[in-house]
Design a protein around this ligand. Structure first.
Ligand code: PMP
Ligand code: GLN
Length: 375
């Protein structure tokens, strides 16, 4: 008996393990390999000597809650109440799991766009609810007509991920207008907006649900300091939601983790005073451009990348293998690890696409590209 018969070990675990076993350059799982800001490590060393080792209040370390409110205000001109509308979580993953557990009921339907990141489906299934996948268009824009045709009285939640993992697509003003119309038509639907790559967008600016009055009063917005400050291993994220939703989410959170790592919260709180999120997009845009330039000499076809630190490529000119086999051979024969895109689709749709993470130092990107250009 299994509660999740169709869920297996995450592709990120599988590919990172295989990369380590074969000593391959790991561009599969999304995490930076460069040093974190020295200011942050200095804060951690100093804080470790201080009295910050016991439970924080359940919703989060109070100074951090205030700093998050300031960050949201600075970034999106939205006023939120630190005491009632923010929850610090053990990464975005726990925030998403907790929100779904708290708000989705037996037999509800939850709309998930296809392809999508892998952490939405299992929590929906564990609620005895139904994940309903709606395909994105071929250019990865949402098809609002199909989405609307799929909505019904049974739909409890729509999950969006913007900027989008794995495709790097970002939503436009027109998308938000369509979404607003849809939610006006279905007043009971809750929006879960996964915006963990909010500070990593390139030519177009990120439009956050925080800036949309019609949406934010019915939405849980998900952020991750893991992405923003290149510290994925710290596992610190946060949710912002109106109080009536947050009250329900906190009921689950208190019995799932109660509270989140105190030292990490205090360190991020202090760091927020010394840093800014303004330069993150520029930093990753340089990485994206450099990686794309390096790969332009290869036989991989590069898809557009508007945000996130992922580059999707098509390997059709190189091989006819399915993307999982291709990724395995890429590790064993060429020493580079990537993620097969079929894993982001409900039915494992194979389009001969794979994803590389370019959140790496330039030496790593250069050596990976050198290997990839030889194929
Ligand atoms: N959402 C998306 C789209 C992600 O790519 C990730 C992981 N990188 C997460 C959520 C989870 O973030 P965290 O590591 O903070 O749990
Ligand atoms: N979000 C990361 C990615 O897309 C993976 C995180 C994880 O392994 N859970 O690569």
């Amino acid at each position: 008996m299994s509660k999740l018969p169709n869920i297996s070990t995450s592709i990120f675990t599988v590919m990172s393990k295989m990369a380590a076993e074969h000593n391959a350059i790991n561009l599969s799982q999304g995490f930076p390999n460069f040093a974190v800001d020295e200011k942050l490590t200095a804060i951690v060393s100093k804080l470790a000597q201080e009295d910050i080792h016991q439970y924080t209040p359940m919703a989060g370390y109070p100074p951090l809650l205030s700093k998050i409110a300031l960050l949201v205000k600075d970034s999106y001109q939205r006023n939120i109440l630190p005491e009632t509308e923010i929850l610090v979580t053990t990464g975005a993953t726990q925030g998403i799991f907790t929100a779904i557990q708290a708000l989705v009921e037996n037999n509800d339907e939850v709309l998930i766009l296809d392809p999508s990141y892998d952490c939405y489906e299992a929590p929906v299934l564990l609620c005895n609810a139904k994940p309903v996948r709606v395909p994105l268009n071929n250019d990865y824009t949402p098809n609002w007509e199909t989405i609307e045709a799929t909505c019904s009285e049974k739909t409890k939640m729509i999950i969006i991920n913007n900027p989008h993992n794995p495709t790097g697509k970002i939503l436009t003003e027109t998308d938000f207008e369509a979404l607003e119309k849809l939610l006006e038509k279905y007043p009971k639907i809750i929006l879960l907006s996964d915006e963990v790559y909010e500070y990593i967008t390139f030519e177009q600016k990120h439009i956050s649900v925080h800036t949309r009055e019609l949406l934010r009063n019915r939405a849980i917005v998900v952020s991750s300091f893991g992405k923003t400050f290149h510290i994925t291993g710290w596992k610190i994220g946060y949710l912002v939601a109106p109080e009536h939703l947050m009250m329900e989410i906190k009921k689950v959170h208190q019995f799932l983790v109660f509270s989140v790592n105190s030292v990490a919260q205090a360190a991020i709180s202090a760091y927020l005073e010394e840093t800014s999120v303004d330069k993150i997009s520029d930093f990753y845009q340089q990485k994206r451009d450099y990686f794309r330039q390096l790969l332009s000499k290869s036989r991989f076809k590069l898809l557009p990348c508007e945000g996130t630190y992922f580059q999707v490529v098509c390997y059709e000119a190189i091989s006819n293998e399915n993307d999982v086999d291709f990724c395995k051979r890429l590790i064993t024969e060429h020493g580079v690890a990537a993620i097969p895109i079929s894993n982001f689709y409900e039915n494992g749709k194979d389009l001969h696409l794979i994803r590389f993470c370019f959140a790496k130092d330039n030496t790593t990107l250069e050596e990976a590209a050198r290997r990839l250009c030889k194929i």
